[in-house]
Design a binder for this molecule. Structure first.
Ligand code: FE2
Ligand code: FE2
Length: 260
């Protein structure tokens, strides 16, 4: 069994059954995302902020919670802010890795040009999504933006210079970590939805759309992982060392970007 498939199965199996069932109820994404993003832009600025959206929607306490949204807790607001911050930083890094890799990889293997372009364009789309979301919700970008930019470009360029297999092993390592990272966020958001619904509160369309967007992006990252394995990522030498170092670096960068 290909390792990437094993990863997919493990990632999906790790989601609680109840949450998976709920996830299946959600409509599929791109058109819905665009419509809701457009409607979010038309709302007054203050109501778009995470810290205010749920709070304002929740009226004074009544005996019934029907049609009411529960205010976000401080912890939930912090989680959402750090999630958007780290996602934006990660997608910036991804676009820079592919930009740096494209020249050397395509120079040696011209048949990979469409694949490299396809993956880059998807990453650029992810970055646009999170740029938009952090602006709408007034989330501070990571203060280490310049540092991540230099490191991501260096990682992309150096692995591409080592050869196609090393470049693909870089993608395999990065996308494995990012896939797990998005899965963790999705699981947490679904837990919040589950809790609100159990208490009879309404869950905003904006919130459901965010979950759908994360699931779509997670699936695209896992698609990149599959492409990397199909294009000899496992032939990198030494594969275990290269992917181990890159995966550890990704985890470190995620940990720091969530906080700084
Ligand atoms: Fe991405
Ligand atoms: Fe990706």
């Amino acid at each position: 069994m290909a390792p990437s498939r094993a990863f997919l199965q493990r990632a999906r199996a790790s989601q609680p059954r109840k949450l998976l069932a709920m996830a299946n109820v959600f409509p599929s994404t791109t058109a819905a995302s665009n419509a809701v993003l457009a409607s979010m832009r038309s709302q007054p600025t203050q109501s778009r902020h995470f810290s205010n959206t749920q709070r304002q929607a929740a009226a004074a306490p009544t005996h019934s919670t029907e049609g009411k949204r529960k205010p976000l807790t401080e912890e939930q607001r912090e989680f959402l802010s750090s999630a958007l911050r780290v996602n934006q930083a990660g997608e910036l890094a991804a676009t820079l890795i592919y930009t740096a890799q494209r020249g050397p990889v395509v120079g040696r293997d011209p048949h990979l040009r469409p694949l490299m372009r396809h993956m880059y364009e998807q990453e650029a789309g992810h970055l646009r999504t999170f740029n938009s979301l952090i602006a709408q919700h007034r989330v501070r970008p990571t203060a280490l933006y310049p540092v991540w930019s230099v490191l991501a470009t260096g990682l992309g360029w150096s692995t591409a210079m080592m050869g196609r297999a090393a470049a693909m092993a870089c993608t395999e390592a990065v996308e494995t970590e990012i896939g797990e990272h998005y899965n963790g966020q999705i699981r947490k958001l679904l837990e919040m939805v589950s809790e609100w619904e159990a208490q009879g509160y309404e869950v905003g369309e904006e919130f459901r759309t965010l979950i759908d967007t994360l699931r779509r992006i997670r699936d695209e990252e896992l698609e990149h992982l599959d492409h990397a394995v199909e294009n000899d990522a496992k032939k990198a030498d030494p594969h275990w060392l290269l992917t181990g170092v890159i995966r550890a670096g990704c985890r470190g960068a995620i940990w720091v970007s969530e906080r700084v």
